[in-house]
Design a binder for this molecule. Structure first.
Ligand SMILES: Cc1cc2nc3c(=O)[nH]c(=O)nc-3n(C[C@H](O)[C@H](O)[C@H](O)COP(=O)(O)OP(=O)(O)OC[C@H]3O[C@@H](n4cnc5c(N)ncnc54)[C@H](O)[C@@H]3O)c2cc1C
Length: 221
């Protein structure tokens, strides 16, 4: 199920920035720049819509979409930020996000925008799902994969990017099995070399990895 255009809107109401869940990240960034609102400078070139960003607590470094969140409207009711368990790239709440409301702080920060744009410059433009693994505390998944000798490593048409090792890129007709082979190889190799288990940032939707009863796996009748 996907939310349609009715949920692609941005408005200011009761001194809060109210954003529909199917609003693209780029549109939100443009709005904030135009209206001199800060704390959304992390959004350039971040693919996706607000609903996905909220569910994943998307961010870069210490800048996360939850930082200035006030509340969310879901199909089950309103949830205040303080009532939503969340952390680095995870959240725990039920329901479908329809709208998110943010505190408004004035002063769009051009320097931050440039900093985030620069960070994006070392990310590949080949098709990917973004960062493959979460960064372990105090380290970077990309560095560990690179040190393990897997930067640029390719199976079939899937590879850990030459540009940034934590991006699993599709170089043509890459498929699920090739992607999984690389994910498992990186987890095993990094664990054997550094004793660190790389946790997936991507969500794997497949009964072989989630179990038949997972709500993530479509149940056949
Ligand atoms: C090149 C590239 C760079 C990226 N860089 C970053 C980055 O710097 N930081 C970062 O955090 N992410 C990054 N990502 C990952 C991705 O952009 C974010 O996770 C984004 O927030 C996903 O949004 P989406 O709309 O595509 O969500 P999806 O990928 O479609 O969904 C993500 C999850 O959210 C759930 N979901 C989606 N919409 C809703 C809703 N309305 N209500 C409830 N649940 C919902 C889905 O079921 C799924 O579990 C990057 C991806 C790419 C391809």
């Amino acid at each position: 199920m996907m939310l349609g255009k009715d949920f692609d809107y941005i408005k200011i109401k009761d001194e809060l920035l109210c954003v529909g869940a199917s609003t693209p990240a780029g549109k939100l960034l443009s709005f904030c720049k135009k209206h001199d609102i800060r704390h959304f400078e992390l959004l350039p070139k971040l693919p996706g819509t607000l609903g996905g960003m909220i569910k994943m607590n998307a961010g870069l470094k210490e800048f996360e979409i939850f930082n200035y969140l006030h509340s969310i409207q879901t199909d089950e009711g309103i949830l205040l930020k303080e009532d939503i368990p969340h952390g680095y790239r995870w959240t725990d709440f039920q329901g479908l996000v329809l709208e998110a409301r943010f505190e408004i702080h004035k002063g769009f920060n051009e320097a931050h925008l440039e900093m985030f744009k620069k960070m994006r410059d070392n990310q590949p433009t080949d098709p990917s799902a973004g960062s493959c693994f979460k960064n372990p505390q105090g380290d970077s998944a990309g560095r560990l994969i690179q040190e393990a000798g897997l930067k640029g490593y390719r199976i079939g048409d899937m590879a850990f990017s030459e540009k940034h090792a934590n991006f699993l890129v599709n170089l043509g007709k890459g498929n699920f099995d090739e992607a999984m082979a690389l994910i498992l190889l990186a987890q095993k190799t990094v664990f054997e070399k550094f004793g660190v288990w790389l946790e997936n940032e991507v969500i794997i939707v497949d009964e072989r990895y989630q179990g038949k009863n997972s709500p993530l796996v479509r149940q056949e009748a």
